[in-house]
Structures are given as structure tokens and as C-alpha cells.
Design a protein around this ligand. Structure first.
Ligand SMILES: Cc1cc2nc3c(=O)[nH]c(=O)nc-3n(C[C@H](O)[C@H](O)[C@H](O)COP(=O)(O)OP(=O)(O)OC[C@H]3O[C@@H](n4cnc5c(N)ncnc54)[C@H](O)[C@@H]3O)c2cc1C
Length: 501
């Protein structure tokens, strides 16, 4: 054994462990040993699943959750049955969500038909009937060809959006939401995140009346905001008003808990308080300090960290960042409060002009956002488990309703909407971005190997958007770790992919 080797050996066994010994060796091609994800909503759990696919079985993946797995996918119980109180509907073209269902062996919930009407605070201005052709004729009569223009626009956007699945299947990743959107729809998509929906639609030739009476109610029910929200999220919202929607039998949150198991991730029920940077030259690790009601503070060191919860102040993730030089910038903007009240009772149909509740034909009432309205929508809802013998109750019977409103309903407001009720369960969500409060897309890369998932919600907030961001961040983290930079932010991907085939 040469002297040099002996010295090196002596140094190895005697020297105190340095950062380089404890995981900074990825510059030499070693895989990461520990990854942390903060947040076990659909975004965090999907990230765990995709990271496991890319980094393989050896890496330890810890997922921190301070509340309940599923996050904004949640249920409340009425009379021993569960009802969705957060994210509830999924589009048929949401391919990541579809794929999760398949991999987890979950079942689609049977959908129960119902009719929708739009209320302007005084009367119904639009009513769905049992006859599809009659509904089409009425739309044409009242709004001309606006609805065809709108339909074509939404379809065109969806077609372009679907490119993401091809790009991701080929392993391509993007360093920012803007890069991702640009690769799908060029500057047109970026523009749509910066211009209001109403301006955009007016320019497309959609009439103001159609915007006020049809488009606005869809925005109020899906995002609790008016048509001044950006056109991109507006289009996502309109896609969510089409047919072909589905949900998960047993509750959408089963996808999140299922993905955690599939990823063989280690769930740590704790609040992450601090992410601190540990540096050794150009190499970095992150120390997470966390606590819970069942144990005192603890900490662990990770090679890669993904933050999968909104960081805006009013969402109260309460994570502080230490040791970063320069300091990490604050994430701007705020989240919009939507209150979901699940009410078991008798709807006051006479408030909507129907003195006989037996004649009230609607299951969902949307609103135009009139100034004196205290709610955005009210709908009779079905439980997350639907048996073969299930039938929707009639409006004169006690049913379970979901009311969306900007503020918790006051007693007199409840009395206005309901003749009487047995129970009211209220969830005050910081539900989705307050669109317009900041149109800057938050960064996806906060630091070397520190990623932020929820910036994508500023393009549009939906389960599938979080899943798309999850796949992107897993790919991005993997390619950056393994130095495959040619897989990141590539231009003209449609063409490249065709050449690859
Ligand atoms: C009322 C409502 C209706 C909606 N309807 C639909 C719909 O019909 N269809 C649709 O696609 N989308 C819908 N959405 C949007 C959809 O639910 C969200 O976009 C999606 O669930 C976001 O998932 P996420 O994992 O990114 O975030 P979240 O679900 O918010 O997950 C973040 C998680 O991080 C945890 N966390 C936060 N801080 C910390 C910390 N410091 N330490 C540890 N854990 C932390 C939180 O407890 C939470 O569980 C709706 C949302 C709401 C509120």
C-alpha cells in the first residue's frame, strides 16, 4: 500500500464527517440519498410518485403533512355518508389523474344527472331542460353563435394543452411555468395569463350578454371570482363546465393517499417550520426543522426538497427560510377565500320563485355574481360512495346541499336559502389564487435543489395542474441532478418529438 493511499485511508476513518461525506457527492454521479416533500395534497403525493419513478427504489422520500393527507381534496360526513368539500370534479382529458386511477385500481364514481339554472338574484335567466336540442336552440336564440365561438376556443386550448403529456412522456422538463406554457401554446398562452377573460372573449366575438349570463356564473362557481380573471384560468374553468366530468368513488382524496403508498414514501405528520441551507462550496443540502403536537421539534437533512403547498402569506404554510444568501424572495399575491357549507336540509324553493318545491327541477343553481347575492352557487350533492340503488332525493325532501360563498353564511342568510336544516358544516378554504392580485408566475426553482410546485396555480388551479407540475418538477429535479441539461427548456418540442419517433 503506498503512502498516499495510507494517508487517504487514515484521513477517511479519522476525519470528522463533512458535508461532502453526507450526500454532496452527486457531482460525482451518486444518486440523492434523501428527498423531502412538504405537503401531502395531490401535488405533493404525485411528486413523491414521480420522483420514485425517476430516482428509483433506493432514495428515501419523506412527505411532511401538518394537516390531513389530501389537503384541498377533503370530505365531510353527513349521516354516515361522505361528501366532497374541496376539489370535486375532474375532466375526462386530465390524463395524469386518469393514470393515477388506473395504477391505484380506484373506481370512477357513477354520475347522477341533474339540471342547472342561472339565478341573477331576482329570477332564473337560464334554465336547463330535459331536451338537449331545445337547450341548444334557446342558447342560439338568446346569444347567437357566441356559445359555438366559446366552445371552439376552449377546444383549441385543450388541444394545445394536451401536448404536455407527450412532452412529459418523452422526459422533457421546464424551469418555470412560463417556459412550460410557452412550449404548449407559444406567446398566445402567455398572453392568456396576463389578459382578462372578458377582454379576451369580447375580442373573439363572444357577446357581453353571453359573458355576463353564462361565462360569469361558471367563474363564480369554479373560482369564486368574476370574468376579470385571466383568460387561461378562465378557459380551464370553462372546460370544467363541460360534460365528461368524473370523480373518484370513495372520494378524490383516495388518489393522494394511494400515491403515497405507491411511492413507498414515508409520511411524517408534522409541520415544517424552517428550511435552512447547508453549503459546502458549490454543493448544498437542506435542513428541515419540524414539529408536531405529538413530539417536540426535530430536524433532518435532505439533498432535494419540493415545497408542495402555496407559500403566499394568507395560506399560512408558515415556513421560514434560513441561511440563503441572497434571501429567497417572498412569493407575491394572495389566495382567495371560498367557504364551502355542506347543509342537510330543505331548500327554500320559494326564494327562487317556486312556491311548490315538488316543481323545482334544478339540482344546481349558479349565480351571475349580482352585488346583493351572498352566495356563489348552491347544489344538491351526491355522496362519494354511490350504490347501485342510489337515487337523488326530491327537492321537497331533506337533501344534502353544497353552498359556495365568499364569507361564512349568517343565520339570516341560511334562513333565506333553507326552509329548515338539520346540520351545517363549514370549511373556510384559502381555495385558489386571488387572480389579478399578482400576475407574475412564481418561480419553480427556489434554489439549486429546492423546488416550488404551487406556482402553477397562478396559470390555473386544479388537481390536474398540480399533477402536471408534479411530473415537471420530478423530471426537472432528476435532469438537474444527473446533469442531463438537454432535457430542460428545449424549444420546438413538437418537431423534436416527431424526429425522435
Ligand atoms: C372549494 C374548492 C373547490 C375546488 N374544486 C376543484 C374541482 O372541482 N376540480 C379541480 O381540479 N380542482 C378543484 N379545486 C382546486 C384543487 O383542489 C387544488 O388545485 C388542488 O387540490 C391543490 O393541491 P395541492 O396538493 O397543490 O395543494 P394542497 O391540497 O393545498 O396541499 C398542500 C398541503 O400542504 C400541507 N402543508 C402546508 N404547509 C405545511 C407545512 N409547513 N408543513 C407540512 N405540511 C404543510 C397542507 O396541510 C396541505 O395538505 C378546488 C379547490 C377548492 C378549495
Amino acid at each position: 500500500m503506498s503512502l498516499c493511499v495510507l494517508i487517504a485511508f487514515f484521513y477517511l476513518i479519522c476525519a470528522p464527517p463533512t458535508l461532502a461525506d453526507s450526500g454532496f457527492d452527486h457531482l460525482d454521479g451518486a444518486p440523492p440519498s434523501k428527498i423531502a416533500i412538504i405537503g401531502a395534497g395531490i401535488g405533493g403525493t404525485a411528486t413523491a410518485h414521480f420522483l420514485r419513478q425517476h430516482f428509483g427504489p433506493e432514495v428515501a422520500i419523506d412527505v411532511f403533512e401538518k394537516g390531513v393527507v389530501g389537503g384541498r381534496l377533503a370530505t365531510v360526513t353527513v349521516n354516515n355518508q361522505d361528501y366532497e368539500s374541496g376539489g370535486s370534479i375532474i375532466h375526462s382529458l386530465n390524463l395524469h389523474m386518469q393514470d393515477f386511477m388506473k395504477q391505484l385500481g380506484l373506481k370512477y364514481r357513477k354520475s347522477i344527472a341533474g339540471k342547472t339554472a342561472v339565478f341573477n338574484g331576482k329570477e332564473f335567466i337560464l334554465e336547463e331542460t330535459d331536451w338537449y336540442l331545445l337547450d341548444l336552440f334557446r342558447l342560439w336564440w338568446r346569444y347567437g353563435i357566441s356559445f359555438i365561438r366559446l366552445q371552439m376556443w376552449v377546444e383549441e386550448i385543450m388541444e394545445k394543452f394536451m401536448r404536455i403529456y407527450k412532452y412529459q412522456a418523452h422526459g422533457y422538463a421546464f424551469t418555470s411555468v412560463d417556459e412550460l406554457l410557452h412550449s404548449l401554446g407559444g406567446s398566445g398562452f402567455l398572453n392568456m395569463t396576463r389578459r382578462s377573460l372578458s377582454d379576451y372573449l369580447l375580442e373573439l366575438g363572444v357577446s357581453q350578454r353571453f359573458i355576463d349570463e353564462v361565462v360569469a356564473p361558471v367563474m363564480w362557481v369554479n373560482y369564486g371570482q368574476n370574468v376579470s380573471i385571466p383568460a387561461f384560468v378562465g378557459a380551464v374553468s370553462l372546460a370544467g363546465a363541460q360534460a365528461n366530468l368524473w370523480a373518484v368513488e370513495g372520494g378524490n382524496k383516495l388518489v393522494a393517499s394511494g400515491l403515497l403508498k405507491l411511492a413507498k414514501a414515508n409520511l411524517i405528520q408534522a409541520q415544517v417550520n424552517t428550511v435552512s441551507l447547508l453549503s459546502n462550496g458549490d454543493a448544498h443540502q437542506y435542513k428541515l426543522s419540524y414539529s408536531s403536537t405529538t413530539f417536540n421539534g426535530s430536524d433532518d437533512v435532505y439533498d432535494i426538497v419540493v415545497i408542495a403547498t402555496p407559500l403566499q402569506k394568507n395560506v399560512k404554510a408558515d415556513i421560514s427560510f434560513e441561511g440563503f444568501e441572497p434571501q429567497l424572495p417572498d412569493i407575491p399575491g394572495s389566495y382567495h377565500q371560498t367557504v364551502a357549507s355542506i347543509i342537510h336540509g330543505y331548500l327554500n324553493c320559494s326564494y327562487f320563485g317556486f312556491s311548490d318545491p315538488k316543481l323545482f327541477p334544478f339540482t344546481s343553481v349558479l349565480t351571475t355574481g349580482a352585488a346583493d347575492l351572498f352566495f356563489n352557487s348552491v347544489a344538491s350533492i351526491c355522496p362519494v360512495n354511490i350504490t347501485a340503488s342510489f337515487r337523488r332525493k326530491q327537492p321537497h325532501e331533506a337533501r344534502v346541499y353544497k353552498v359556495f360563498s365568499p364569507e361564512p353564511l349568517e343565520r339570516n342568510e341560511l334562513k333565506t336559502l333553507f326552509k329548515s336544516y338539520y346540520s351545517v358544516q363549514v370549511t373556510e378554504w384559502q381555495a385558489y389564487p386571488q387572480y389579478g392580485s399578482s400576475q407574475e408566475m412564481p418561480p419553480m426553482i427556489l434554489h439549486d435543489n429546492l423546488y416550488y410546485l404551487n406556482g402553477i396555480e397562478w396559470a390555473a388551479s386544479a388537481m390536474e395542474m398540480s399533477s402536471v407540475a408534479a411530473k415537471n418538477i420530478a423530471l426537472l429535479a432528476y435532469h438537474r441532478w444527473t446533469r442531463q441539461l438537454e432535457m430542460i427548456d428545449q424549444k420546438d418540442l413538437m418537431h423534436k418529438i416527431k424526429m425522435e419517433l
